[in-house]
Design a protein around this ligand. Sequence first.
Ligand SMILES: Cc1cc2nc3c(=O)[nH]c(=O)nc-3n(C[C@H](O)[C@H](O)[C@H](O)COP(=O)(O)OP(=O)(O)OC[C@H]3O[C@@H](n4cnc5c(N)ncnc54)[C@H](O)[C@@H]3O)c2cc1C
Length: 431
Amino acid sequence: MECDILIAGSGIAGLFTALSLRDDLKIVLLSNADLNKCSTYHAQGGITTVLDEEDKLAFFQDTMVAGGHLNNPEIVKLVADEAAKCIDVLINAGVDFTKDSSGNFKYTREAAHSKNRILYCADQTGKEIFSKLLEAVKLKKNIEIIDNAELFDFKVHGDKVLGAYFFKNNKVYDIDSSYTVLCTGGIGGLFKNSTNEKNLKGIGLALALKYGIQLRDVNFIQIHPTAFYEKVEGRRFLISESLRGEGAVLVDKTGERFVDELLPRDIVSKAISDRNRELNTENVYLDISHLDKNYLVTRFPYIYENCLKKGVDITKEKIPVSPCQHYFVGGIAVDENGKTSMDSLFAAGEVACTGLHGRNRLASNSLLEAVVFGKRVAESINSSFRKLNVFRDQSQYVDTDIKKVIMQNWKIAANEILKVREDLKSELLDY
Ligand SMILES: Cc1cc2nc3c(=O)[nH]c(=O)nc-3n(C[C@H](O)[C@H](O)[C@H](O)COP(=O)(O)OP(=O)(O)OC[C@H]3O[C@@H](n4cnc5c(N)ncnc54)[C@H](O)[C@@H]3O)c2cc1C
């Protein structure tokens, strides 16, 4: 197979990049599962925007404080400058952000934001954004989507990535491309407990290690304080930060409040773990039952219904919660245009580390980062695109057990995490 641009990943970063590329470029978009098996689809709380000139400074300060000032200040400024125009693209694509009765956008607030500046679609913001972007991509004649296709290696020629190998229906395919954009999301699939889908197993990390592509801040792995606590296999259900933004309180088994709920995620997660250790418990509780039932059911319909299915009525009862792996702050180091250290390879979204988040991501900043950098990657390719001589070598994986190669990738990624975060050893799956 052959294309101009290969994009691996069809979450917000992949879809937004594809839509921002020139119509005369032939684009192939890969996903290693059904299309909705991505973090974008599950995002609940919202997407940060920057309201006006004055808010740029407040956004800058909030992002830097949450990130422990380890953020790249130039990148934070760049995102502040470009946020509103990227949000406009989403609105023009039909994303139906929640509005008040006069038709004005409603803004909510989450932990460590100093003001209400987050746009949302009830409590399923990601699903709405994903659906509208996917509809738009499907209308484009120059974009082909291939799902259930596991990218497991790059096609590398000299110092350039000139395509990739993927595995679909038990067959190996190779695809030549002039440029490749990795939008393969996070690493939650490597963990026993995560809010991420199981197919997100850190392929970016594994391939970066294989080819010596520069990584950044791999040790910054975000643990979300409030996932629904239950002893079942599979993805953990997230109880969005926006509940705390709207007044939910965290209490221990004795009913005592023990932390300011609006502090950054790492601090709240640590407070919960400490309290569990002190009281020898496995979970604490999030309580929002003091708010009006009608308001709760309208504002958080998805969380309300899902908790009810799990036996908890959030309008009357406390929700059992505990921290779990949620977001990969570090990743493949990219510059301000999403370019990696390897020729013709770009990265955007959670797989990339732009320097926006520092050591801890401010809530709702990752969807924003994905659109700002998806657009920048596309603009950079659009302005400099030239067809590279493709490199055909289909022989490399003949007679190879590809399932073993894929498993090896997971192992490489998991070992790297272990190297920098020994404290997470018991949380990682064994490969
Ligand atoms: C439950 C939950 C709630 C969240 N809520 C919010 C929120 O309210 N606001 C916010 O800003 N952020 C939120 N986040 C974080 C945010 O959703 C993600 O960081 C963001 O959606 C990542 O987008 P992405 O496009 O980089 O990756 P994803 O949306 O995860 O997409 C990754 C894609 O890569 C593909 N892929 C992976 N490996 C391979 C491979 N080997 N071969 C081929 N394809 C591959 C997958 O199939 C998928 O298509 C939330 C995350 C979760 C899990």
